[in-house]
Design a protein around this ligand. Structure first.
Ligand code: GTR
Length: 330
């Protein structure tokens, strides 16, 4: 047996300790998660639950933290950062995903889903899987789908009863040319803009209106400055809980299973909270003086979208079967 002098023994021990630390550091992963909403929003609560589950159930092999309120950047930036592994997980709307993953643009076609329930049926089946596959090719692993309700138009000027009422309005949209066409089809002028800039832009008149679901209209305080909310419900856009493919591939199969289950549980939590929060947000904005006009007949709006579909299909003929498949799903 080799005998070590005390000094060498100390050095050897220190080296062993150091290599242990190095190995432990290489293995323990600090995951950073992006969230556009406040921590009290259904998505924020669900993401915090996801982070806690992942941290506890992997025994700290992955330590996940959520950064809320878009402090790590706006959505298009965060998508890029998650794709290249600078961020590890996030909740993304499929709205700004279109320019990066063209297939997902199908979900941004106005009135493509007939109801939220139908959207769930589609997303939980093979079409949802095909979107996940397309995302994965672009570096994002979609593990579960969150609700985002239906988006409706609101503005500072007037109630919208028919597409004609949109004429001349300057409307903020998410970063996707499809929405520019959508607003133009009703005679409005769309401006793509980060979510965080909308409040100030509404307040100062840079834009006259925007469009979103009740929980976002409420939590962003847009209702304070744009008091006419009209239930056009023109977009039902799913949102993913997405993991960076680089972070996903670095996990053991056992940890991938833990993360997958945590993502599914988080989506169940989010959907449960979503229903309650939508009603609460609606009540809050009405109490704050918002004028909601319910549009019972959506047909004039759906008809106005025909050129948007025609242009889209012309530019993406390969996606037409997917559109037909979604539309024929009951
Ligand atoms: C919200 C959505 C966000 C973001 C935002 C927006 O409904 O949850 O991810 O897309 O709308 O309008 O930018």
């Amino acid at each position: 047996m080799t005998r070590l002098t005390p000094l060498l023994r100390t050095t050897a021990l220190a080296a062993a300790a150091l290599s242990f630390v190095t190995i432990a550091t290489a293995e323990a992963k600090d995951w950073r998660g992006w969230n556009i909403h406040p921590p009290t929003y259904p998505n924020g609560i669900a993401l915090d639950q996801f982070a806690k589950d992942v941290t506890e159930k992997t025994d700290g092999r992955v330590t996940a933290t959520v950064y809320h309120n878009a402090v790590l950047g706006d959505q298009p930036d965060a998508i890029e950062q998650t794709r290249n592994g600078a961020l590890d997980f996030a909740n993304f709307s499929m709205g700004p995903m279109g320019p990066i993953v063209p297939e997902t643009n199908v979900m941004s076609l106005p009135f493509i889903f007939s109801s939220i329930d139908q959207m769930h049926t589609v997303m939980d089946g093979e079409v949802g899987q095909s979107f996940s596959d397309a995302l994965s090719e672009k570096g994002l692993v979609a593990l579960s789908w969150f609700d985002s309700g239906a988006r409706s138009m609101y503005n500072t000027k007037r109630p919208i009863e028919t597409p004609d009422d949109v004429k001349g309005l300057k409307v903020r949209v998410m970063n996707n040319d499809l929405y520019v066409n959508m607003i133009a089809a009703m005679g409005g002028n769309a401006t793509p803009m980060p979510y965080g800039e909308v409040y100030q832009s509404l307040k100062t008149g840079v834009v006259d209106g925007a469009e979103n679901n009740y929980p976002s209209y409420d939590s962003s305080n847009h209702y304070e400055v744009a008091k006419f909310y009209s239930t056009t419900e023109h977009l039902i856009i799913p949102e993913c809980l997405c993991i960076s493919k680089a972070s996903w591939d670095a996990l053991s199969p056992e940890d991938q299973e833990i993360v997958r289950q945590a993502a599914i549980d988080a989506a169940m939590k989010q959907r449960e909270l979503w229903a309650v929060d939508t009603q609460k947000a609606k009540d809050d904005v009405v109490a704050a003086g918002v004028k909601i006009n319910e549009i019972a007949d959506k047909k004039p709006f759906q008809d106005a979208m025909k050129p948007v579909y025609a242009d889209f299909i012309k530019a993406n003929p390969d996606l037409e079967p997917l559109i037909t498949k979604i539309q024929s799903t009951k």
